[in-house]
Design a binder for this molecule. Structure first.
Ligand code: ATP
Ligand code: MG
Length: 392
């Protein structure tokens, strides 16, 4: 098994070692290296206390100091170095009341969620794998470190993390761990909407998105959202047919709910994404025009991005013809919006159309004419048409 670390990580491990401390990479990065996946981030764990870490490096930041994490800036990159920790009692089903620094790597590994995330490594010692994480990676299973029932009772977010890793890695959730999720599912209600959204966003675009259905099998969805729960597990059946995009996939789920907008609000979705998702849900059945005039009109109403998104969303329909007409329209630079119209409000005023409603109407009529026939989009041709409208 080959572990190649970035030079910043190697340098930090080396420096800590030279100064008499233990230091390892740990967690997701070790798991991902074993799986030949690219790690999201590199976590370093050490028995050096935060102040000792800070004294060894020129540039450090205290971002996570409360939990023992010092950010070390090296080679233009931030690296997180965390002192070995053990957690105190958990009282709110999410956060430990206190964290204790310890000089025992074993203690630190014990507090971690899953065996596959509880492996430490450094080049000198090799792997420290006290919970059979490597074997579980080989068997492709997600298993809690120690008693799953207790671990989910401490921190309910771990249940969603289990499903998310199952989706991302294609691993099965081990039987006892799965049973404990079903038993502790109601505790997910104690987790903040932001953290739930973060995990669901990762799960919904994962390689094995069918795991999303497990939110119903385990009972978690009932406590995450009543409305999505009521839509039923089948609403997740077609997720894999859509591109791996969270907007498209959320719309696919929420189109089955009574009120997508309030669900998105509850999940603290940002306005821009929420509006796109709502747009897709609202236009799930809107006829999509198949001729150039209709496409130009739809483009002026929705804009190119939404138009394309909607055709991707409606995966069971064939839009290849529509898309080639759309490409042609854009390539030819056809007039789509009032901004591109060769006439503006002032031109119309100069021929006697009064400001206000009449002018707005006249511009809209002219734009419609140009949508029908883009060649009309020049002043000489449009002015007479405008005059004709006045007389009408
Ligand atoms: P990702 O690839 O998404 O970064 P990760 O396993 O690195 O996955 P992080 O959230 O970055 O996950 O956390 C780093 C490590 O910290 C985990 O591998 C795990 O050992 C530990 N950890 C994170 N969250 C928890 C938790 N809620 N309970 C216990 N241990 C946790
Ligand atoms: Mg990580």
């Amino acid at each position: 098994m080959k572990i190649t670390m970035p030079k910043g990580v190697t340098a930090i491990l080396e420096k800590l070692k030279q100064n008499g401390f233990e230091a390892y990479i740990v967690g997701g990065c070790v798991r991902d290296m074993i799986l030949s996946r690219l790690p999201q981030d590199w976590d370093i764990t050490t028995n050096a206390l935060p102040d000792q870490v800070k004294s060894l490096f020129d540039r450090t930041y205290d971002t996570g100091i409360k939990h023992g994490t010092v950010t070390v800036r090296l080679f233009d990159t931030n690296w997180e170095v965390t002192t070995y920790r053990s957690d105190g009692l958990y009282e709110d089903f999410r956060h430990p009341n206190e964290v204790f620094f310890t000089d025992s790597l074993s203690e630190d590994l014990k507090r971690r969620d899953f065996t596959i995330n509880a492996i430490a490594y450094n080049p000198k010692t090799g792997f420290v794998d006290e919970h059979m994480g490597i074997e579980d990676i080989k068997k492709r299973i997600i298993r809690c470190v120690n008693d799953p029932d207790e671990r989910f009772g401490e921190d309910a977010l771990r249940m969603l993390r289990a499903l998310r890793f199952s989706g991302q890695l294609g691993f099965e959730i081990e039987e006892k761990t799965c049973t404990a999720i079903a038993k502790n599912a109601p505790l997910i209600a104690h987790v903040s909407a932001e953290r739930i959204k973060e995990e669901l966003d990762k799960l919904i675009v994962s390689d094995n998105v069918k795991v999303f259905g497990k939110l119903w099998d385990t009972g978690l969805m009932e406590y995450i959202s009543e409305d999505i729960f009521a839509a039923g597990k089948d609403c997740a059946a077609d997720l894999g047919k859509l591109p791996r995009d969270k907007i498209l996939r959320w719309a696919q789920i929420l189109k089955f709910t009574k009120d997508p907008r309030s669900e998105l609000k509850r999940l603290r979705y940002d306005n821009k994404s929420a509006n796109l998702i709502i747009f897709l849900c609202a236009n799930e059945k809107t006829p999509i025009p198949a001729d150039k005039y209709g496409i130009r009109k739809a483009l002026s109403k929705w804009g190119e991005d939404k138009f394309r998104l909607l055709t991707e969303f409606r995966f069971s329909e064939d839009f290849s013809e529509v898309n080639s007409l759309l490409d042609e329209i854009l390539r030819d630079g056809d007039c789509i919006s009032l901004k591109q119209l060769a006439l503006n409000g002032r031109d119309l005023e100069s021929i006697g159309i009064p400001k206000g409603e009449a002018l707005g109407k006249a511009l809209a009529c002219l734009l419609d004419e140009v949508h029908k026939n883009p060649e009309l989009n020049n002043k000489e041709k449009l002015l007479p048409i405008a005059e004709y409208f006045i007389k009408k």
